[in-house]
Structure formats: structure tokens, C-alpha cells
Design a protein around this ligand. Structure first.
Ligand SMILES: [Zn+2]
Ligand SMILES: [Zn+2]
Length: 327
């Protein structure tokens, strides 16, 4: 197998020939067909997450076909198409796992961060954390759903059922979530970098009710807002944009410091929350809805060997939608 490997933090990934791996008990091996590029991959490469592991193969939006089954794997078969998400393993016995909050597990493994991920031609995964995907939809189109879609979905559930929903940062996750929210009958307000008319126009093609800069106030107060961008300065802006009792959900794994803000922005029962990781149930719930919603992902394809270019383009905001690596 070949992979783009992060050998040292804050250095480019290196194209590397590796020995083929055999799946252990309870594991499957996939031949990878596509792997999405997520902002979290940038945080991994940049060493912005705690306890970094190197060398590591990044990538946690993996679509592939099973070509080897380890001992004791049930319910999956050779040749089946599956998706491998960020949540790669949980302990199953800690208080969080027992309380159906495995996203907060005491002893988890995360794909592409603490276990090898999908910037590769093949990978080995824990079979219990693989989602069967069926045959509808192309591999590349499905890849962004595995994290951008799933984390977006969890964020949407936590944001509650308010009608007016703000999305701060209109990248891979928001462009999927805007379609989900519209399908649910909500009004979506898209906030981009100030002056980024290209992304505002892109948002409008997805049926949002309003698009503007993150320093603008929406025309009506929002019931909830989800922040996908990494800029902590958006938190007070979003609190200002939501009505009394409204919620602001921070969906990213990493954010710059939140500036001081007056208590009056939080007062009147506004709530500020964060979303961490996903549970397998989130994946089951979301992926069951995908065919009904008819989500169309905007993908920008890169050959696997150009993973560094894809990461650079994501960092610089050079495309709309999501980048996907294809071996
Ligand atoms: Zn656990
Ligand atoms: Zn991700």
C-alpha cells in the first residue's frame, strides 16, 4: 500500500510505500476509493491538537471496499462499500460509553489522528465503526458526508429545532448542512468572511434565505447559530445574532481564543455549547436520511499524491465545498 504520511508535525506529508496490513480480530481492511479532506486534518498537520501522534496517516472521511475480514467480524462482507469516520474506536465500558455518549469516551481512537487514516490506498479499521453505504452515490460525493456531514448533523441536533439557523463559516460542513436544514423547512443564514462574495453566492445557490459577512447582523434574530469557522471572535458575534433563549453551537475541534465579551450577550438564557466527535448512532441517523434529502456535495478532486496541495487550498479557502483525495 501507499500513503501520504505525516512524519513530523508542521511538515508536508510524504508519499510512502508501506507493507500491506492484515486485519486483526474484529477489524476489516479496505481498498480506499476516496477520502475527504477536513479542516481537522489541517489541525493534525499543524500540531494544534493535544497529544499528537507521528508518524500518522491523516484522513477520516474514508470510502472504500472491504478486501479482507479479520476474525469474528459480523454483518460485513467482502466487496461491500463502507465509510470510516473520525470515531475509530471506543472502550465500551467507561461512564460515557455506557451513557450513549461514546463521542466523549475516556479511551477512544480517532481515525487519522491517533490511528492511521485514509490518505492512503488501503487502511485497516475496527469493523464496529464502519458504516455500510450501499451502492447509491459516487465514492467522492459520499466522502464529505463522513465528517463534514456527520459533525454538521450532530451540531444541528444540538442546535435544537428553531426555524432560523445561522451558519458561520460556509465550507464543507455548512454546504451540506444548509441542504439538510432547508429540507427540514428551516431558514438558513450563511455567514462568510466579510467581503467573500464568491462564497456568499455559492451559499445562495444552495437555497439559503440570506448570505452576508460574519460582521453583519442577520435581518432577523436567529433561533440558533452553528460556528464551523475556527475564529473565536465569531462567538460574541453569534451570541449577538441569536434571540433570547437562542443557542450558539461551536462545531470545530479547535478554535482561537474567544475575546472578552459583556455578560449581556449571554444573558436572557442564551446558551453556548460545543460539539465533540460523533457517536455511531449519529452516523446511522444521518446516513439513513441522506438518500431522502438528496444532498448534493460539491467536491474538488485531487490525486492522493497531491494531498499537500489539497491541504494548502483548504487553508487558503481556494475552493467551495469539499476537497476529496482519490488514490
Ligand atoms: Zn468509553
Ligand atoms: Zn473532520
Amino acid at each position: 500500500m501507499q500513503a501520504m504520511v505525516l512524519k513530523k508535525l508542521r511538515t508536508p506529508l510524504a508519499w510512502t510505500e508501506l507493507a500491506d496490513r492484515a486485519p486483526g480480530p474484529g477489524q476489516i481492511r479496505l481498498q480506499i476509493a476516496a477520502c475527504g479532506v477536513c479542516r481537522t486534518d489541517l489541525h493534525v498537520v499543524d500540531g494544534e491538537l493535544p497529544h499528537p501522534h507521528v508518524p500518522i496517516i491523516p484522513g477520516h472521511e474514508i470510502i472504500g471496499r472491504i478486501d479482507a475480514l479479520g476474525a469474528g467480524v459480523d454483518g460485513l462482507k467482502l466487496g461491500e462499500r463502507v465509510g470510516i469516520p473520525w470515531l475509530g474506536h471506543t472502550c465500551g465500558v467507561c461512564p460515557y460509553c455506557r451513557a450513549q455518549r461514546e463521542n466523549l469516551c475516556d479511551d477512544p481512537l480517532f481515525t487519522g489522528y491517533t490511528r492511521d487514516g485514509g490518505f492512503a490506498t488501503a487502511t485497516v479499521a475496527d469493523a464496529r465503526f464502519a458504516f455500510p453505504l450501499g451502492e447509491t452515490g459516487s465514492d467522492a460525493a459520499l466522502a464529505p458526508l463522513l465528517c463534514a456531514g456527520l459533525i454538521g448533523w450532530r451540531s444541528l441536533v444540538i442546535a435544537g429545532d428553531g426555524k432560523r439557523l445561522g451558519l458561520y463559516g460556509f465550507g464543507a460542513a455548512a454546504h451540506i448542512l444548509a441542504q439538510v436544514a432547508a429540507w427540514q423547512g428551516r431558514l438558513v443564514y450563511a455567514f462568510t468572511r466579510p467581503g467573500d462574495h464568491a462564497t456568499q453566492n455559492f451559499a445562495k445557490t444552495l437555497g439559503v434565505a440570506w448570505a452576508g459577512g460574519s460582521d453583519d447582523m442577520p435581518p432577523e434574530p436567529l433561533d440558533a447559530a452553528i460556528i464551523f469557522a475556527t475564529d473565536g471572535a465569531l462567538v460574541p458575534l453569534a451570541l449577538q445574532a441569536v434571540r433570547r433563549g437562542g443557542r450558539v453551537v461551536c462545531a470545530g475541534i479547535h478554535m482561537t481564543d474567544i475575546p472578552r465579551f459583556p455578560y449581556s450577550l449571554l444573558w436572557e438564557e442564551r446558551q453556548l455549547l460545543s460539539v465533540a466527535n460523533l457517536t455511531r448512532q449519529d452516523g446511522i441517523d444521518f446516513l439513513a436520511l441522506v438518500p431522502q434529502i438528496g444532498i448534493v456535495t460539491k467536491t474538488n478532486l485531487y490525486p492522493l499524491q497531491q494531498a499537500n496541495q489539497a491541504l494548502d487550498d483548504l487553508r487558503a479557502g481556494r475552493f467551495e465545498g469539499a476537497a476529496v483525495l482519490v488514490p
